[in-house]
Design a protein around this ligand. Structure first.
Ligand code: AMP
Length: 364
């Protein structure tokens, strides 16, 4: 079987690495020859909306998936006419637009921060009379890792924020004083089989994920599963999904969902019986899904901007290095380290040591 992937970055790379033992081949459409996945399969080199390349992708692949959600809707529609695309175009359409996405959560009775649609400065001024400060202005589309987001602290921030977001369609949402951020990853097959991973607890800095830890027996596991289950059923979803949530005093507020494998699930490579990458592939190929059980104490640390040499990292016991085959650049995710141990104390010690190395890379 051959799997087509739109995008050739680290998520596609880890999908391909998980798929080889299953006897899968990969064909990857990506505009860059430098991307980390393109050496692991057949590379279709060109733009994501190149119809000739999309046709080749659809013809050669048994199923097409993607590693990022900002795929133009015409591209998803074009591919869907020619082949099976998972997750479906509808899931993409909802996840691509923060206003549509937040309304979708509300339809399903999944709570969120208060929000409003913003098309002009007057909308923003009016919305702030009910939302209250602090708040965040976010572009409806093309935002990720905190990009296209501006914090609003007082009325004086409104006009400059609207100018700096360049008047693009946006939402404003209340700033959530959360106790912690978590994400729930789950996979669903075409037959409707669903598996849920243990909740990931995530720490971000400047909007970018730094650290995720698997939380076994978390008191909010069931509530998070229930929310994701609603999403999966409503979207008739196939593949891996990640729902990002804020915890506020024992309650969960949904922030956004990603219709793809997710950075907060990288710990599953060593830390779960079946990784998120393998379960995504199993789901889209209509194979039985694998156990999501965590294997001991586990988590992952992102390396942003740069990464030390392998020896430095691997001298810390219980660590596993994943390089993305990307050159060092400020603010770029270049690698992650998975950590797993049967002992809590060993896990915590390794996490601390790896975080010290990761912080030094990003501060350099
Ligand atoms: P996003 O691009 O929406 O995932 O936002 C990236 C990160 O910014 C989140 O993981 C949070 O750390 C932070 N953030 C986003 N929205 C809010 C909010 N309404 N209140 C507080 N922090 C937020």
């Amino acid at each position: 079987m051959k799997v087509g992937i739109l995008g050739g970055g680290q998520l596609a790379r880890m999908l391909a690495l998980a798929g080889v033992p299953l006897g899968l081949e990969f064909i990857i459409l990506d505009p860059s020859t430098e991307s980390g996945a393109v050496r692991l399969g057949e590379h279709l080199h060109g733009a994501y909306d190149d119809k000739a390349l999309l046709t080749t992708l659809a013809e050669k692949a048994d199923v097409v998936t993607y590693e990022f959600e900002n795929i133009p809707s015409q591209v998803a529609a074009f591919l869907t006419e020619k082949t099976t695309v998972y997750p479906c175009a509808n899931a993409l359409a909802v996840a691509q637009d923060r206003f549509v996405e937040k309304n979708f959560f509300h339809q399903l009775n999944i709570p969120t921060a208060p929000f409003a649609n913003i098309t002009c400065l007057v909308d923003l001024q009016q919305a702030m009379t009910t939302i209250g400060y602090p708040a965040i202005l976010k572009s409806r589309r093309m935002g990720y890792d905190g990009k296209g987001q501006i914090v609003l602290k007082t009325e004086d921030d409104l006009a400059p924020a609207w100018e700096s977001i360049q008047g693009v369609a946006s939402i404003v949402e209340g700033f959530v004083a959360f106790n912690r951020e978590v994400s729930m990853l789950a996979a669903r097959s075409p037959k409707g089989e669903v598996v849920f991973y243990p909740l990931s607890e995530n720490k971000h800095d400047h909007g970018i994920l730094r650290v995720s830890e698997a939380k076994q027996n978390d008191p909010l596991q069931q509530k998070a599963q229930d929310y994701v289950d609603c999403l999966l059923k409503k979207l008739d979803y196939v593949g891996l999904i990640a729902l990002e949530l804020f915890e506020v005093e024992g309650e969960l507020l949904a922030n956004e969902f990603a219709p793809r494998v997710h950075n907060s699930g990288h710990w599953t490579i060593e830390g779960a019986e079946t990784s998120q990458f393998e379960n995504h592939l199993r789901a889209i190929l209509d194979l039985p899904l694998g156990s999501t059980k965590a294997r001991g104490f586990t988590g992952m640390v992102n390396f942003i901007s740069d990464v030390p040499d392998a020896e430095t990292i691997l001298s810390i016991p219980n660590t596993h290095l994943h390089l993305y085959d990307k050159s060092a650049r400020k603010g770029r995710k270049v690698a992650h380290v998975g950590i797993r141990s049967d002992e809590q104390a060993q896990f915590s010690a390794a996490l601390q040591s790896v975080m010290t190395l990761a912080n030094a890379c990003d501060d350099a």
